[in-house]
Write a protein that binds this ligand. Structure first.
Ligand SMILES: [Zn+2]
Length: 162
């Protein structure tokens, strides 16, 4: 069976058992920005269930322009007021440079490599909290998830003053 056929076969069982979700607004007013790494089961690791959170994933779990685009909708249209940015140990974006990634991929892009998790999280959380159109956000946190132990290191915590 091809990978695509496996996906579709699994879906027929899932669709039959799935609970009905009528409301598109995340029940916990939460968005999680994290890496696409296959070792992170976001819902299980954070105790989340279907319908409770937006999960926005990319290489590195970095706050890119496209993450800002998604969060503009999350926060203004769908009631999200809390964001957790979750990087992780053993990330492919850590310890490499834009130059190396451009050479490796042939893509002339900014890859948002990570030199130190704490610094990268502070940088990303500053972008979120200083973006004028993300005014509805009240709380933003920065985590590092350990892919070996499953534990989270709570690195940054921001709350909008007032
Ligand atoms: Zn990663």
């Amino acid at each position: 069976m091809t990978e695509i056929a496996r996906l579709l076969a699994a879906n027929s069982g899932y669709a039959a058992a799935r609970a009905n979700v009528a409301d598109a607004r995340p029940g916990r007013h939460l968005a999680v920005v994290t890496c696409m790494d296959a070792r992170i089961d976001v819902f299980a690791a954070l105790g989340l269930h279907l319908g409770e959170a937006h999960v926005i994933r990319n290489a590195g779990g970095r706050v890119t322009d496209d993450v800002l685009r998604s969060l503009a909708i999350s926060s203004h249209v769908l009631g999200v007021d809390t964001v957790a940015v979750m990087q992780h140990t053993k990330c492919g974006l850590a310890g490499v440079s834009d130059e190396e990634l451009r050479a490796l991929t042939g893509a002339d892009l900014g890859f948002y490599p990570i030199e130190h998790h704490a610094a990268a999280l502070r940088e990303d959380i500053a972008v979120l909290t200083e973006t004028p159109f993300l005014g509805p956000l009240r709380v933003v946190a920065g985590f590092v998830y350990d892919v070996e132990t499953g534990e989270i290191d709570d690195i940054v915590h921001w709350e909008r003053p007032g």
